[in-house]
Ligand binder design. Structure first.
Ligand code: NDP
Length: 291
């Protein structure tokens, strides 16, 4: 069994980006600029956004954090988005999800200019992804593809089962895995809460990608011998033995599944860091496209 080390791989990608930014700036260009919009004070969202800002600093990007109160109306947020769309000094931005209940996330996602949509959630960018055209790939699926590529995992012709069909992870990764690309070219089944005989299906997977949000859902006896396991899940589980009072759990029961897997991502340190670095890659791309 080998660990798919997202932390190490992401660090390497970050160093490559850092070098590219230095060369870019040496040529007289301004550094890439990413903004993050944070609405309200959701603890996990704040942690994610802070990490994104820190990543920007590390690679030499400019970053802006736009903190808005959770009492902001949908109209006011849309006005802010208009402002960001026309801000020439900005290459890309993200609106951290989830948003407060009174704001329609779909409306907000669709208002972001596709040229600045470095999260890759805009329908235009998702459409381009489906058609295999150049675009901003959603960060988590993009991170997973980079990890598979980094470890030279052979995906062509393999049975890939994706569990979870969200718009940000399961659905896009199932499309990327089935495209005529490398990595890709897998035979993909997308499973969800209505899937029948899920366990039997999971047993057929040469590559299993799990994005459910249910800690330790996948156990060792459920997976095929030699399978490649990608665990996307991140759930905070109460743990009084930890200083923070919680631990972060994946959707895969690591200890039992690692005995069967050929490759496996740990949580933390697997898909998470790759997601973060993918946002940087998209921002650099947005900046270069703009120039
Ligand atoms: P969502 O909550 O949006 O979707 C969960 C999916 O799992 C749904 O499609 C749901 O099916 C399916 N599901 C739920 N229960 C079952 C079940 N018993 N059997 C089969 N399918 C089931 O999830 P997200 O994709 O947003 O997130 C998934 C996990 O990944 C979360 O833990 C999240 O924190 C984490 N995450 C991690 C990231 C990273 O960078 N590592 C990035 C993004 C998310 P249905 O559609 O039928 O309801």
């Amino acid at each position: 069994m080998r660990i798919l080390d997202g932390k190490k791989t992401a660090e390497q990608v970050r160093q490559e980006i850092k070098k590219e930014v230095a060369t870019w700036v040496d040529k007289g260009n301004r550094p890439p600029h990413l903004a993050a919009v944070l609405v309200g004070d959701n603890g996990a969202s704040q942690t994610y956004v802070n990490a994104k800002i820190k990543d920007c600093e590390e690679v030499g990007f400019k970053s802006s954090l736009i903190k808005l109160s959770d009492t902001i109306t949908e109209k006011e947020l849309l006005e802010k988005i208009d402002e960001l769309n026309s801000d020439e000094s900005l290459d890309g931005y993200i609106v951290q999800l989830p948003l407060p209940k009174h704001i329609n996330e779909k409306k907000i996602t669709q208002a972001i200019s596709p040229t600045k949509d470095v999260d890759g959630f805009h329908p235009e960018n998702l459409g381009k992804m489906v058609l295999n055209l150049p675009t901003f790939l959603p960060a988590t699926p993009y991170g997973i593809m980079q990890l598979l590529e980094y470890y030279s995992i052979d995906t062509s012709g393999k049975n890939c089962v994706v569990v979870g069909r969200s718009n940000i992870v399961g659905t896009p990764v199932s499309i990327l895995m089935s495209r005529n690309n490398d990595p890709g070219n897998a035979t993909v089944t997308l499973a969800h809460s209505r899937t029948q005989n899920l366990e039997a299906l999971i047993k057929t997977a040469d590559i299993l990608i799990v994005a459910l949000g249910k800690p330790d859902f996948i156990k060792g006896d459920m997976v095929k011998e030699g399978a490649v396991i990608i665990d996307v899940g991140i759930t905070r589980v109460t743990d009084s033995s930890r200083k923070k009072g919680y631990r972060v759990a994946g959707d895969v029961h690591f200890e039992s599944v690692k005995k069967k897997a050929s490759f496996i991502t740990p949580v933390p340190g697997g898909v998470g860091p790759m997601t973060r670095v993918s946002l940087l890659k998209n921002t650099l791309l947005a900046c270069k496209r703009k120039a």
